[in-house]
Write a protein that binds this ligand. Structure first.
Ligand SMILES: Cc1cc2nc3c(=O)[nH]c(=O)nc-3n(C[C@H](O)[C@H](O)[C@H](O)COP(=O)(O)OP(=O)(O)OC[C@H]3O[C@@H](n4cnc5c(N)ncnc54)[C@H](O)[C@@H]3O)c2cc1C
Length: 453
């Protein structure tokens, strides 16, 4: 291939550009935000929220950018292993998973390191521009139309067109690819939507050097549909990040979404598990509370289409954007990039419809959707649609979750799914379910957080 164009220069676009760079003379990344400096841009406001990188995502990052963990640590990122990575379910600390590792870093730090590595490749070009459409030659996509104007300013646009052998949609969940397809006589992929109405809020705190840097993730069952305030403790996550800071995220559904009020944020932190409570009591908040409203999970089902143009693929949130509480988005984007690599390496012509890519990527998208949709459907305000195999997964998931706070081996199997190292159907293995059943009939010996007073 002579040229590939990646529309969108955020996490998924960067990973896609990295893998595609092995097969083309030139990769052009088209992104309206000038992200090469220190700015956060405006195209992905969720960058300000705490992002957890799952184990599989970390492994994929090291695969495509060897040594990146070392670079992140040099830049101040923290690493938590073993006991320092703590998962709670409804206030109860789960057994540690010995090989667990979590990088504590803000999303901008991770993304900027990835961006520097990608734009440092000799055949990658970064262009500030807003994609406005795709060009066709017969039944394949052969280029992109774009404006050179910053997508958010009122400066007059200069319309441009650039030819390509392969075009990658990495424009996030608001991607306009579907309407472009529709406008040009192609079918748009059918979309699954699951309304979850989730509120997120992230704040940072000064972290004294004496405080150990654990990563804490606490999931809590929301209360009844009328209140949503969890009865045992608030859900939230805490990570030691660069700049000697703690990053804390709180979440709540429907009417119980957290606001940007710092006092309310601190009050909620004091109803969280002990490590998060300590930060509220001992550390000083640094800056504002940033909120985000995530209305629904969505995925575009490209494999359900009868025909699709050649020379075109989609990655990241433009394909699937699932409940962020499970921390899957970055890892999903990295696994899709690896699927794209496998597809291109198989030697197929990029000018043909990329069914091989969509089939491969569909396996990981399906797994991520199953994990988030199955857990979300347990909540009274989430109505569906149910994913394939929902009843079995839900039944197995409930048994495994209950046993995972007691039995380290069951917890390891559970966390392998959470970290996307295993497909969720691994949780339906009869031997694991039997072990889970045995674990839950024995009296638990676990460390529990005292109930809220
Ligand atoms: C509140 C919240 C918390 C999250 N927490 C986690 C977490 O803990 N762990 C995790 O792994 N994931 C998390 N996620 C998910 C993760 O943020 C996304 O999966 C990830 O950002 C997807 O990257 P992307 O590149 O596909 O899309 P985005 O990051 O949304 O980027 C899309 C890019 O496309 C550009 N663009 C848009 N239109 C055009 C156009 N016309 N032309 C060119 N470029 C365009 C935008 O400017 C932007 O840069 C969270 C998401 C949210 C909302």
């Amino acid at each position: 291939m002579r040229r590939a164009i990646v529309m969108g220069g955020s996490f998924a676009g960067l990973l896609a550009a990295r893998v595609v760079s092995e097969f083309v003379d030139e990769v052009v990344i088209l992104e309206p935000d000038e992200l090469l400096g220190a700015g956060l841009g405006r195209g992905a406001p969720h960058r300000q929220q705490l992002h957890a990188l799952l184990s599989m995502g970390h492994a994929q990052l090291e695969r495509w950018f060897p040594g990146i963990t070392r670079n992140l640590l040099t830049a101040g990122a923290q690493v938590g292993t073993g006991d320092a990575v703590q998962f709670y379910v409804d206030g109860t600390l789960k057994p540690p998973v010995p090989d667990s590792l979590m990088i504590g870093a803000t999303r901008p730090l991770i993304e900027n390191h990835v961006r520097q590595r990608v734009v440092g490749l000799p055949n990658v070009v970064w262009r500030v521009g807003l994609a406005t459409g795709i060009r066709f030659t017969g039944s394949r996509v052969s280029g992109v139309r774009f404006t050179t104007r910053d997508g958010h300013s009122s400066v007059r646009a200069a319309d441009c067109e650039l030819g390509a052998d392969l075009v990658v949609d990495a424009m996030g969940r608001a991607s306009r690819l579907s309407s472009w397809l529709d406008d040009t006589g192609w079918d748009a992929p059918p979309v699954d939507r699951m309304r979850i109405d989730l509120g997120y809020a992230t704040a940072t705190f000064h972290r004294p050097a004496s405080q150990p840097p654990p990563a804490v993730i606490a999931h809590s069952t929301p209360g009844p549909a009328s209140a949503y305030q969890p009865t045992i403790c608030e859900p939230g996550a805490l990570a030691a990040v660069e700049g000697n800071r703690w990053s804390v995220v709180l979440a709540g559904y429907a009417d119980y979404r957290p606001s940007a009020d710092p006092d309310e944020f601190l009050a909620r932190m004091r109803r969280c598990v002990a490590p998060i409570r300590s930060v509220a009591n001992e550390c000083v908040m640094d800056g504002d509370v940033h909120t985000f409203h995530f209305r629904e999970s969505q995925r575009r089902n490209f494999m359900d289409l009868a025909r699709f143009p050649g020379g075109l693929v989609a990655v990241g949130d433009s394909v699937a954007s699932v409940n962020p509480i499970y921390g899957q988005g970055l890892t999903l984007a990295a696994l899709q990039a690896s699927s794209l690599f496998a597809h291109l390496r198989s030697g197929v012509s990029p000018h043909q419809a990329a069914w091989g890519y969509f089939r491969r990527a569909g396996v990981v998208v399906d797994a991520a959707w199953q994990v988030s949709a199955t857990a979300d459907l347990a909540q009274p305000h989430v109505k569906g649609p149910s994913p394939r195999g929902y009843r079995l997964l839900r039944w197995a998931g409930d048994k495994i979750t209950a046993a995972s706070v007691i039995d380290p081996l069951v917890n390891k199997a559970f966390m392998d799914v959470v970290h996307m190292r295993e497909h969720p159907r691994a949780l339906t293995r009869p031997s694991l379910l039997l072990r889970a059943a045995r674990a839950t009939v024995r009296p638990p010996r676990v460390r529990a957080t005292p109930p809220l007073t």
